[in-house]
Design a protein. Structure first.
Lengths: 114, 116
């Protein structure tokens, strides 16, 4: 089946630093990638949708300048949390889909900001 | 707008009991996909099933079975003879099938605890 790789799986960093998370579709070309955030004991909340070669579409309440998304190729999307603060600590999950096919999820990234 | 409701926040059962996780959805689309995912403590989402809205046949996979009732907008999930390894958070999700099939709306999840 389709495989989506997410890296890193776990990161701890100091407040004020920027963190980049990569999402790769390993065996298919992903026309669309999605980024979700999940706080402890809560559901997955969609942050943004990105289509290859175009700007990401952010959900209401998600700061575009805070969460930079780049989808430069059909196999790679990155999420950069800029000037991260403790309240940004969360579990971030990406997913990828091709055309209108259902999405395949990465294994997630646990981000802890000290 | 789409909405998925998992009314059961937490369920606790003893091993070997059967357990049903409820999922009710709302959508204006005539064509859509329904999903169930398992999220163990390690965090990754494990895909369990995808159902197209045109296919109302119930499905059985080992100890897992799913009951899709379009008339009541429900897609319930039953685990037969539960095991401790079934302990996890289970999410029901819904996505469009035409324009944004990759974009899913998730329920709040049901935390299942299976005690030995």
């Amino acid at each position: 089946g389709a495989v989506v790789s997410q890296h890193p799986s776990w990161v701890i960093c100091k407040s004020g630093t920027s963190v980049k998370i990569e999402c790769r579709s390993l065996d298919f070309q992903a026309t669309t990638m999605f980024w979700y955030r999940q706080f402890p004991k809560q559901s997955l909340m969609l942050m943004a949708t990105s289509n290859e070669g175009s700007k990401a579409t952010y959900e209401q309440g998600v700061e575009k300048d805070k969460f930079l998304i780049n989808h430069a190729s059909l196999t790679l999307s990155t999420l950069t949390v800029t000037s991260a603060h403790p309240e940004d600590s969360s579990f971030y999950i990406c997913s990828a889909s091709r055309w209108n096919q259902p999405q395949h999820f990465g294994d997630g990234t646990r981000l802890s900001i000290l | 707008a789409q909405k998925v409701t998992q009314a059961q926040t937490e369920i606790s059962v003893v091993e070997k009991e059967d357990v049903t996780l409820d999922c009710v959805y709302e959508t204006r689309d005539t064509t859509y996909y329904l999903f169930w995912y398992k999220q163990p403590p390690s965090g990754e989402l494990v895909f369990l099933i995808r159902r197209n809205s045109f296919d109302e046949q119930n499905e059985i996979s080992g100890r897992y079975s799913w009951n899709f009732q379009k008339s009541t907008s429900s897609f319930n999930f039953t685990i037969t003879a539960s095991q401790v390894v079934d302990s996890a958070v289970y999410f029901c999700a819904l996505s469009e099938a035409v324009n944004n099939a990759g974009k899913s709306t998730f329920g709040d999840g049901t935390t299942l605890t299976v005690k030995p």
